[in-house]
Design a protein around this ligand. Structure first.
Ligand SMILES: C[S@@+](CC[C@H](N)C(=O)[O-])C[C@H]1O[C@@H](n2cnc3c(N)ncnc32)[C@H](O)[C@@H]1O
Length: 226
């Protein structure tokens, strides 16, 4: 079997991976992304890693079904499954929450010494991820948006380096800001609408919170000429 169908979201993540990377995919679940990468010309090695035994067993089944030679499945928490000899230079974390992503990275600063690329698709708070990674010595090299089954996902590729992003870049994304494509506008419009809902539900005594959100919406609207 040499072809594998993966979601639009995973395809977009795969498109951001350099062919020669040596990868750990933390929270690989079924390992479909890793199998896809292997079948589509990834030259390096991939460690498909997950904390859950069910996920690990499924990943192992999939890897043997697709007969990929450079995907190895391991069970463990975060980056604990890596050995020095793996020479990992790329971390992928997708479908995890931002707090978990950040704590996994912060708990393993020694591993990050050799990691020059981190690709993240967080389920929550991508602006906070940019700030935390920038503080850890990584900058946004590339980022993109993909709409999959009605949800807009933000995928960010960080590289190691001393580029300091502005507050505005950290919030909106330096690359997304430059492109300001249709999905970017939709993403910001969704945020504005969510804030409006919160403002409407808040009781009048929460006036400061209401004003803060109203002000935030003014800034967001200005960015997309809404
Ligand atoms: C929602 S799935 C995402 C799967 C896949 N990465 C994707 O994007 O489709 C999240 C996976 O992360 C795993 N996970 C959660 N916390 C983890 C941790 N601390 N270390 C490793 N894996 C973890 C879960 O077991 C689950 O399989």
């Amino acid at each position: 079997m040499t072809k594998i169908n993966i979601s639009k979201r995973l395809l977009k993540i795969a498109s951001m991976v350099d062919k020669k990377s040596r990868i750990i995919d933390v929270g690989c679940d079924h390992a479909l992304l890793d199998i896809y990468l292997s079948l589509n010309g990834l030259e390096g090695k991939i460690i498909a890693s997950d904390i859950t035994i069910g996920a690990v067993n499924q990943a192992k089944k999939n890897v043997s079904l697709y007969k990929t030679s450079n995907v190895e499945v391991r069970k463990g928490d975060g980056l604990s499954t890596i050995k020095k000899s793996d020479n990992i230079n790329t971390i992928i974390m997708s479908g995890l929450g931002n707090q978990k992503i950040i704590s996994i990275l912060k708990e393993n600063k020694n591993i990050l010494k050799n990691v020059n690329t981190i690709i993240i698709q967080s389920n929550t708070g991508y602006n906070m991820i940019r700030k935390e990674l920038n503080d850890m010595g990584y900058y946004v090299d590339d980022e993109c948006l993909v709409k999959d089954r009605g949800i807009i996902y933000v995928i960010i590729k960080f590289k190691k380096g001393k580029i300091i992003h502005s507050k505005k870049e950290l919030y909106f994304g330096p690359v997304l800001l430059k492109n300001k494509n249709v999905l970017f506008k939709e993403l910001i419009r969704n945020e504005i609408n969510k804030n409006k809902e919160i403002i409407n539900k808040l009781p009048n005594k929460r006036i400061i919170r209401k004003l803060k959100l109203t002000f935030k919406n003014m800034i967001l609207k200005k960015e997309i000429h809404f």
